[in-house]
Design a protein around this ligand. Structure first.
Ligand code: FES
Length: 207
């Protein structure tokens, strides 16, 4: 597996590592595909809503550490509104790319940053707790990376239909039965959606 020099630099000498005392917000997220975890801590200026300080703890692989390091660099000094626009693609670009099977590591880092920001906004009455629905399901599916090419399954048009009613999630997938990643993707869909108390049953159909 080929890592860029930047990934290696951030892995060997990560920026903004460590637990923050009395953060204004934090979030811990895990990647269903590998079990690795990241925690992000934020210190936010009450008036300007600028991220004054940010740090992370990683419980994962080399690119987990590198992507968390770069994502905290990208967010530091930004307003919450600007930091909300930071994506996993930004992290990958700043690291000069990642191997396809490691793209999910950058998704995890970006996701944890966004959850920490969202936790801050909810705690400070800047936004309401979102209702669970089709939008939530689609947002979760967009976090699932098809490892062979390193792109999410929604962008790859592998998701044909998403429905939600009476606690039942219905997903029609566009993946052939000879696709060797199919089981892996199904497992990830389940793990991403099972954490929501609103979800009682998950039905995934294939052609
Ligand atoms: Fe899963 Fe890197 S975060 S292998």
């Amino acid at each position: 597996m080929q890592y860029s020099q930047k990934v290696l630099d951030h892995f060997m000498h990560p920026h903004n590592v460590g637990k923050m005392e009395n953060p204004d917000a934090s979030a811990t997220e895990g990647s269903p595909s590998c079990g690795d975890q990241v925690t992000v801590f934020l210190k936010i200026d009450k008036e300007t809503k600028i991220i004054e300080d940010i740090s992370f703890l990683s419980y994962g692989c080399a690119s987990n550490i590198a992507t968390a390091s770069i994502i905290t660099d990208l967010a530091k000094g930004k307003s919450l509104e600007d930091a909300k626009k930071i994506t996993y693609e930004d992290a990958m670009e700043a690291l000069d790319g990642l191997p396809p099977v490691k793209v999910h590591c950058s998704v995890l880092a970006a996701d944890t940053l966004q959850t920490a920001i969202s936790n801050y906004e909810i705690a400070h009455g800047l936004k309401e707790v979102p209702n669970f629905g089709k939008e939530t399901i689609l947002a979760e599916l967009k976090k699932i990376i098809y490892p062979q090419v390193g792109t999410d399954i929604v962008t790859l048009k592998m998701v044909k239909y998403v429905g939600f009613s009476d606690g039942e999630v219905l997903i029609d997938m566009n993946m052939m039965n000879f696709d060797t990643w199919r089981e892996n993707v199904v497992e990830e869909i389940n793990e991403h959606l099972e954490k929501y108390p609103e979800v009682k049953k998950i039905q995934i159909n294939f052609p």
